[in-house]
Design a protein around this ligand. Structure first.
Ligand code: FDA
Length: 584
């Protein structure tokens, strides 16, 4: 007999665990979340918060989305992305990043009702955790997961109460391992991984110092420092990252993984900070320092029976492209509604298999992308002649050579410009952030072929209503002066059907099928004199089906089915499709 019972036990209160708990509580599923420490993240690791993540938080509630904006560094301050010898030294180049280039900004505005921003993990986690607890999650801090056993009906987990030193058991229907890059849940379940851990060494130096005079005129979250040794280990180049503009900072500097990890004390931290800032007199107020390793590994299977892994537990990679916490939050959005549907008896168990089918390819994609981005600093070092050893005089001469008026110098400048511009695959990869499409038995294509990408799929988001893709964003208007994204109509823990005036019969069918199947299914007829009006015609252009057709979305706002016209028996069609998706 277990000491405590619940529907879902979540291990970890990081972005993945806290989001899972918040979503489960929002969907009315009882859950407990535990964390081995007494509080949440104590260093500001993740920060780049992309539009898709903001849509998840918007789905959790406008108040959650607004609290993020209130605490975040605004997108307008994020993007100069400077490359320099040091903050005080010569600037070598820069590129507009994170959706701040005018062309990229237009794509961001057209793609989503939400905005990219910079929110350190120390701010994000409390918002997510608070949302979970307020909505019913029972949280237990200073509680360590030790092991679990699953059987046909549930999972029994042994936990250690670190305050009393006593072990106790929690019985749950499902277990979510959101326990980070050293996941014991993944290890105990023996889930398969590909790739390697510990491919590079890095140190974080977190400090306070007013550096406004070096940065306020070129606002950015990232300042890339090109000094000899900057390409050793780490994330491809030395980095000074703004945590709070412009007096709280994190330096990321690599070390050779084949050597023992350095002991980063006040003396060493100050030396590195002085060297990278380029101010030999700089005094820093050191908050903390630690070392970490660059990983290149992902799980090829994210669940076994009643146990799931997500976040860094499933994908382990460097911070390049800022995908870690974002993907963790998005993993939770994929899984939570499925667990809720099964727990409430609305879906068969095998719906849960679609979590791994849909998210394992994303895990592979983002781990590959993030590691590739490290290598893509190489051409910048090459263009500057910084790759041929550590002879400082020689490096300086090579760098100086680009300032000559010779054809060779012109070629060097061209190479440098191209190399910096190419870094958009790390710093402005909107497609990587927004193009996730699923293929599993929880989407029904009826044989419709997935549309190709017209532009580079890593750089540009391409809207489509092909089943598996997230529903495209278009603004719709009501009669009270309000505007609503199509994403606002979808989600909210429900399936949603979109149709036009010619498809009113779909809406009636949806109501009947929702009753027959006892599920939440909301229908919206979009058109003149309806609740939502497509005044601009943007939705008509985006929907890729006729006015009398329908688009069905899942609670995670991904399209799961579409039909081009009105069939003879729309209720029969909807029943067929929802029965398939929900594995009934
Ligand atoms: P996370 O590691 O955050 O949380 C794990 C949780 O499990 C913790 O609460 C821990 O205490 C708990 N836990 C572990 N073992 C346990 C046990 N046995 N029992 C109980 N509890 C246990 N990402 C991003 O999206 N954008 C970005 O800009 C960046 N930038 C960035 C910069 C730097 C320098 C780093 C190091 C990392 C990033 N990241 C990032 C990555 C991001 O920090 C990371 O991907 C997320 O924290 C992962 O969230 P999780 O919830 O999966 O794990």
């Amino acid at each position: 007999m277990a000491d405590i019972t619940t529907e879902v036990l979540v291990i970890g209160t990081g972005p993945a665990g806290s989001t899972s708990a918040a979503l489960l509580s929002t969907y009315g599923v009882e859950n407990i979340v535990i964390n081995r420490y007494h509080w949440l993240a104590n260093t500001p690791r993740a920060h780049i918060t992309n539009q898709r993540t903001m849509e998840v938080l918007r789905d959790l509630g406008k108040e959650v989305e607004d609290e993020v904006y209130l605490n975040a560094m605004d997108q307008s301050l994020m993007g100069e992305n400077v490359f320099c010898e040091s903050l005080a030294g010569e600037e070598i180049g820069r590129m507009k990043s994170w959706g701040t280039h005018p062309l990229s900004k237009a794509e961001h505005l057209l793609s989503s009702p939400s905005f990219m921003n910079d929110l350190p993990q120390t701010f994000m986690e409390p918002i997510l955790f608070k949302t979970a607890c307020k909505r019913g999650t029972r949280a237990r801090m200073s509680t360590e997961y030790k092991s679990h056993v699953q059987d046909a009906d549930g999972v029994t987990t042994i936990c250690l109460d670190r305050l009393t030193g006593r072990e106790f058991t929690i019985r749950s229907k499902y277990l979510i391992g959101a326990d980070g890059g050293n996941s014991l849940v993944a290890e105990n379940e023996d889930l398969p991984f590909e790739g390697k851990m510990g491919v590079g060494g890095s140190m974080n130096i977190y400090f306070r110092a007013d550096l406004s005079k070096y940065v306020a005129h070129r606002p950015s979250v990232l300042y890339w420092i090109m000094q000899p040794g900057a390409d050793v280990g780490g994330i491809g180049m030395g980095l000074i990252r703004a945590i709070r503009p412009w007096n709280e900072w994190l330096i990321v500097w690599g070390y050779d993984i084949n050597e023992p990890a350095p002991n980063v004390d006040q003396k060493m931290a100050t030396e590195v900070a002085r060297q990278l800032v380029g101010d030999p007199e700089l005094e820093i107020d050191l908050i903390s320092a630690n070392t970490w390793t660059v990983n290149d590994a992902y799980a090829t299977q994210l669940s076994k029976g009643r146990v799931f892994i997500m976040g860094d537990a499933a994908h382990r990679h460097p911070p390049s492209n800022g995908l870690g916490s974002n993907t963790s939050i998005q993993d939770a959005f994929n899984l939570a509604w499925k667990i809720a549907a099964v727990v409430k008896g609305e879906a068969g168990d095998s719906l849960l298999d679609s979590y791994s089918e849909e998210r394992a390819p994303i895990a592979k994609q983002i781990v590959t992308r993030a590691n590739q981005s490290i290598g893509e600093f190489g051409p910048i070092f090459e263009a500057l002649g910084m790759t041929g050893g550590t002879d400082i005089e020689k490096i300086k001469a090579n760098m100086d050579a680009r300032c000559d008026s010779t054809p060779e110098a012109e070629a060097q400048r061209d190479a440098l410009n191209a190399a910096i511009a190419f870094k958009k695959y790390e710093f402005d990869a909107h497609g990587v952030e927004m193009n996730q499409r699923y293929s599993s038995h929880a989407t029904v294509t009826d044989g419709q072929i997935e549309p190709d990408f017209a532009l580079d799929a890593d750089l540009h988001y391409q809207p489509t209503t092909w089943p598996g893709a997230r529903i495209p964003h278009s603004w719709l208007f009501d009669n009270q002066g309000g505007k609503h994204s199509t994403l606002d109509l979808a989600g909210g823990g429900a399936f949603t059907l979109f149709t036009g005036l010619g498809g009113k019969a779909w809406a009636a069918a949806a109501e009947k099928v929702a009753g027959d199947l006892s599920i939440k299914l909301t229908a919206h007829v979009i058109g003149p004199r309806q609740e939502y009006i497509d005044h601009t015609g943007d939705w008509a252009r985006a929907r890729e089906i006729g006015d009398a057709g329908c688009i069905l979305t899942r609670p995670d706002q991904h399209v799961c089915w579409r039909y081009d016209a009105l069939p003879d028996d729309p209720a029969a069609e909807l029943t067929r499709v929802l029965t398939l998706i929900l594995a009934r």
